[in-house]
Structure formats: C-alpha cells, structure tokens
Design a protein around this ligand. Sequence first.
Ligand code: ZN
Length: 204
Amino acid sequence: MNYYNAHTHRIPDNHIGIYQSDAEYTASWFSVGVHPWQADVQTLSEIIPALHHNNCRALGEVGLDRLKGPSMEIQHAMLLAQLNLANELQKPVIFHLVRAWDEFYSLIKSRQHTPWIIHGFNAPKQFPRFVQTKVFFSLGPASLQNPHMQSILSKIPLNRILFETDDTETDIYQVYRDYSQATSSPLEEVNAQIEQNFLAIFGA
Ligand SMILES: [Zn+2]
C-alpha cells in the first residue's frame, strides 16, 4: 500500500509526497510558491524556474494570513500574480489560509481553473460553505486532533480529501490510521480513494 502525502516539509523516503521546496529542484515531486509570510521579501522571479520543472506538481504553499506577514494588500497582490501563473501552467494550488475565508471564497468564484487544496484544513465552521465548492480538504495531524473537527470528519466526501504531515515528524501512515479510526472507515477503502484523489490532482 502506498501512503500519499499531499504536503510535507521533509523529503519523503518511504512514500509518495509533495515536498515543499524553497525553489530548489528535487528528485521527488515538489511544490513551490511565495508563502504569504514572505510576500514582501521574495519575488515571483525566484520561483518561476522551479515552477516550470517537471517535478513541480503544484504551486504552493500560497495564500492569505491575517495574523502574520505583510499587509493583506501585499499578500493579495502576490497571490493573484501566482494564481495567474498556476492557471497558465495548469498547476494545482496548495493554500495556506488563516482568517481570510471570505477572500478565499471570492477567489474560488473568480479565479479557480485548476484543483485547489486547503492545506491543514482545521476550520470546521467554514466547512458548510466550502463543501459546496470543488476545493480539496487536506487533513494533517492538527486537523485530526482538533475535537471540533471530529463532527465534520465523516461529512467530508472521501473524494475531496487528501492527507499531509506538513512540518511535523508524524508518519503519514499515522494520519491515515487516525482518520480511519475517527470515521470508522476501513483503511483499505480510505487508501484506495486517497490514491485516486492524489494521482488525479498531482499525477497528471
Ligand atoms: Zn507547510
């Protein structure tokens, strides 16, 4: 069985994953993007060569963070420029979002032309509105440990879920197992559907 990791800051060894790169190329699949915290210090030209590399499977992590980083104007401008690139290059997008759900919702309506993934989804109150869209929910250790997430876990359609370890030391297998236990879903069924989701998004 393969365990697919949609977002990790460590180069995956025993599984298939999307490594979060700092604009360097790696032998494994990776994502690259200007993080909202860096929107005032990093430029688009720094990531463009890596974005064109064949192993680059997604633009990310990009997004909006109201609690950290430069002003929302600066973050928003950088995000729009990157979304244009993602659409041009047909890349999926991995989002980092903190308290910017309205802005994100209107971007879905106006800009989404590729698969979009909310990484580390941990905002149960936002679930009802985003389940109506086509975004994917990437669940990590923090998502599965949040008691307020427990009630929505079974409501997220399995064909809209990905798993990730982000910057933690957790084994991706543990995330699969925790989800499977929390939702009483057989691990093999979970595994088969996540594989399909992951490869449809990143394997194209
Ligand atoms: Zn991350």
